[in-house]
Design a protein around this ligand. Structure first.
Ligand SMILES: Nc1ncnc2c1ncn2[C@@H]1O[C@H](COP(=O)(O)OP(=O)(O)OP(=O)(O)O)[C@@H](O)[C@H]1O
Length: 582
């Protein structure tokens, strides 16, 4: 990675510090205050020792002791304020970054998400950012504070004893130089460390999400095996990263031991020669000890920076991921039901395997299309394209006469609704799940929609009606109930084009028949695309499309196709071989 890129990798974070710059300035002021007090306190002790060893009175000693006490307490209070303010700045900034990352990820295209496990994303949105938090809070403040303290100690020592000050300076420069040279040693391994833990989180999340399959198939031992292997990678990479991170620290410890020995030899010699008093000898000793603290803090910051840097690089990389789904500029669509046109649409998930080949058809506003075809023939892919979850390889899709690529995404989502095969329910009440946490939807319109779907009595039978809490993401609902729920959710938004992907695959025939009436009623003012395995589900549609291996095998009026014995549809109806579709 080039130098320029390295610089950029920290500069982009500055925009997160901007809103808290007042707090950072206050942090600086407090830190300068504590640094000053740290410098002054040993000098009070030096005067105390010299006064006690000389002819000073008890009153003067008491005054010095009181001064020391006051300064020590003030120093502690300032320390608490610095820690508090540091955490405050850190949380404010990292939470904004977490928010930005999550928002960004939610907008990234499905191709990106298909490659990542949710656990990995959690680690990238939270874990990586946590590793940056210290950088936000304390890095600049601590580094500047440490330099100020070092300058104060060395400056004062030059006024007292030049040879000792020179030894201290040499030690300081060597230590700082050593750290600067080796500071990048651990970045790459820290990066690998974080990658390994992201993979571990991914593994745990995926297996827990599939707990039913894991348990039912007796796969726990295999899962544990994979888990231990992943843990081992985390351990090995974490150990290496830690070892490389502590190198700078160990170098300064060795240098410090040498420096203390040299300073003490020189100090004791000056004392023996009568050049300095006992108090000054103490001060020299104390200041030498104090040198270690800012250098150690600098070392800690270098370590933290290494950890933070890999987090920064990974967060920046995530933020720089561009979604392939670009927003258009057309904001409105015609009122009422929307026409739908597929024009020579080709699509593939991976470039080498075409999933949809040259699909062309059109629907007038208000028409209903039933799509049938064998498993894996490309039916759900058609619906995903409509919602712009993926971009087309070639061709155009027009809704209400507008190319969907030219539409803004909010305009598209406002007017088109889809019920997918995998209904996702969230932690929350029935109401939250129906409105997707949109609090502006009134209970009256919720009840009206669910009544029309024939779900009213079911909702009212729940212990707390719409306020009933769905336990852990809706696991308390049966698959069929969840499907009914998803339908209600989509109809609540009153879309003008509705896509239902296997809307009733998990319902019994009686419930489906009941639901059908509701769906028909709700679809009165919209165009509909219904993907179905059961032919009975499609009795009310106007058009039928038969898809096979990504190709449009047949498209036409349902009645005409049913009346034409040569059509696929008529043959399926006659033979009743619905299983051919499944
Ligand atoms: N996310 C994906 N990544 C790669 N390939 C995919 C993805 N989703 C589906 N496919 C492939 O695309 C093809 C069409 O899948 P699609 O889900 O559209 O079929 P379908 O007709 O809806 O099937 P079903 O009746 O089982 O719902 C299949 O061969 C499938 O393997």
């Amino acid at each position: 990675m080039g130098d320029e890129q390295k610089k950029l990798s920290t500069l982009w974070l500055l925009r997160y510090l901007k809103p808290v710059k007042g707090r950072i300035i206050l942090l600086f002021i407090l830190l300068i205050g504590t640094t000053g007090l740290q410098l002054v306190n040993p000098q009070v002790i030096q005067r105390f020792i010299d006064t006690a060893a000389g002819s000073g009175g008890v009153a003067e000693l008491l005054e010095l002791a009181a001064l020391f006490l006051v300064l020590a307490v003030v120093n502690q209070l300032l320390g608490v304020a610095v820690t508090y303010l540091g955490s405050d700045v850190s949380w404010r900034t990292t939470n904004r970054l977490r928010g930005d990352l999550l928002k960004h990820c939610l907008r990234l295209d499905m191709r990106f998400h298909n490659r990542k496990t949710p656990g990995e994303m959690i680690e990238r949105i939270d874990g990586d950012v946590s590793s940056i938090s210290n950088f936000f809070a304390m890095f600049i403040v601590q580094v500047v504070g440490s330099f100020v303290l070092l300058a104060g100690i060395l400056g004062f020592m030059y006024t007292v004893n030049v040879p000792i000050a020179a030894v201290m300076t040499a030690f300081t420069l060597l230590s700082v130089l050593a750290m600067m040279i080796i500071r990048n040693v651990g970045v790459q391994s820290s990066n690998k460390d974080r990658e390994a833990s992201a993979a571990l989180f991914g593994l745990i999340e995926e297996r827990i999400a599939g707990i039913e399959d894991v348990q039912a198939n007796g796969h726990v031992p295999y899962v544990m095996n994979r888990f231990y292997r992943s843990m081992r990678a985390v351990f090995l990479k974490g150990r290496r990263a830690w070892m490389l991170r502590v190198v700078p620290f160990n170098v300064t410890v060795a240098l410090f031991t040498l420096a203390v020995t040299a300073v003490m030899l020189l100090g004791v010699r000056s004392y023996m020669l009568g050049e300095i008093g006992l108090g000054m000898l103490y001060l020299i000793y104390q200041y030498t000890q104090m040198l270690n603290d800012p250098i150690e803090r600098l070392g800690d910051q270098v370590q933290e920076f290494q950890k933070a840097k890999s987090g920064m690089l990974r967060s920046r990389e995530l933020l720089s991921q561009r979604t392939e789904i670009m927003d258009g500029e057309v904001e409105s669509l015609p009122e009422g039901a929307l026409s739908l046109v597929f024009d020579q649409v080709c699509f593939s998930y991976n470039k080498d395997k075409p999933v949809l080949r040259n699909i062309s058809f059109s629907l007038q506003p208000g028409e209903r299309l039933g799509i049938i075809g064998r498993t894996g023939s490309g039916k759900s892919s058609l619906s995903r394209l409509l919602l712009r979850l993926y971009n087309l390889d070639s061709g155009t899709i027009r809704i209400g006469g507008v190319d969907i690529m030219k539409l803004t995404l909010p305009a598209l989502y406002r007017r088109v609704g889809m019920v997918t095969q995998d209904v996702q329910l969230f932690d929350g009440t029935l109401r939250d799940n129906l409105t997707l946490f949109n609090e502006s939807v009134s209970d009256a319109s919720i009840m009206e929609t669910i009544e029309q779907l024939g779900l009213g009595s079911w909702i009212l039978a729940q212990p707390e009606g719409l306020d009933t809490q769905l336990s852990s993401g809706g696991s308390s609902l049966s698959a069929g109930e969840a499907q009914l729920f998803a339908l209600a959710r989509v109809f609540l938004a009153k879309p003008s084009l509705i896509v239902l992907d296997e809307p009733s695959s998990r319902l019994d025939a009686a419930t489906e028949a009941l639901l059908q009436t509701g769906v028909n009623q709700l679809m009165q003012h919209s165009t509909g695309v219904i993907i179905a395995h059961r032919l009975a589900t499609l009795e009310q549609v106007d058009k039928i499309m038969v898809v096979g291996d990504g190709r449009l095998l047949e498209f036409g009026s349902r009645k005409e196709l049913a009346a034409n014995p040569a059509s696929h549809y008529a043959r399926l109806l006659q033979s009743g071989r619905e299983e051919e579709l499944a």
